[in-house]
Design a protein around this ligand. Structure first.
Ligand code: SME
Length: 167
């Protein structure tokens, strides 16, 4: 494959996410496998944005348990209960959670002591069932804001298949 990983840290966030989204769609042309897509998004986002940990937790027991899926970075926790930590909170509420300072988030799960801020975005399939969450952890305080939420939510729309169905 001729695709190379983009480093988009020099771009304004909206442009950066649009570039990554376009690359993801190009790489995933014709793909319907969710795990393949999770691995691809992890690699693109991790190397594009340069944060500490980038990856997915998948719903293995609806309403109860998330289990680690494809990711890039240091070892992640294996299982997270719905409602626990930032990932569990996003899964339980079905909403994106932006945490500017993990030390101020009650119940944050510290798998890598260097983590200072994070964003977790729920991922839905095309039946609107929760497939899992995308988790990005940064060594910088306040690394994520509403623009990251918008950009990442747009990328995670790949899993609903809406864009692929529109062609
Ligand atoms: N940021 C997470 C857990 C860290 S991961 O194992 C990479 C949380 O509190 O949900």
């Amino acid at each position: 494959m001729a695709e190379t990983l983009l480093d988009i840290r020099h771009l304004p966030k909206a442009e950066a996410y649009a570039a990554l989204d376009a690359q993801a769609h190009a790489v995933l042309e014709g793909v319907t496998d969710a795990v393949t897509a999770m691995a691809t998004f992890s690699a693109l986002l991790h190397h594009g944005l340069g944060h500490l940990w980038t990856g997915f937790y998948r719903v293995v027991e609806p309403g109860r348990t998330l289990r680690v899926g494809p990711y890039q970075g240091t070892l992640g926790c294996l299982d997270i209960a719905f409602g626990r930590g930032v990932c569990g909170t996003a899964a339980a509420s079905g909403r994106t959670v932006v945490v500017p300072d993990v030390e101020a988030f009650p119940g944050h799960i510290a798998c890598d002591g260097r983590s200072r801020s994070e964003i977790v975005v729920p991922v839905f399939d095309w039946h609107h069932a929760l497939l899992g969450v995308l988790d990005i952890d940064s060594a910088r305080l306040s690394a994520f804001d509403a623009e990251d939420a918008r950009g990442l939510e747009r990328m995670m729309a790949w899993f609903t298949g809406a864009e692929r169905q529109r062609g």
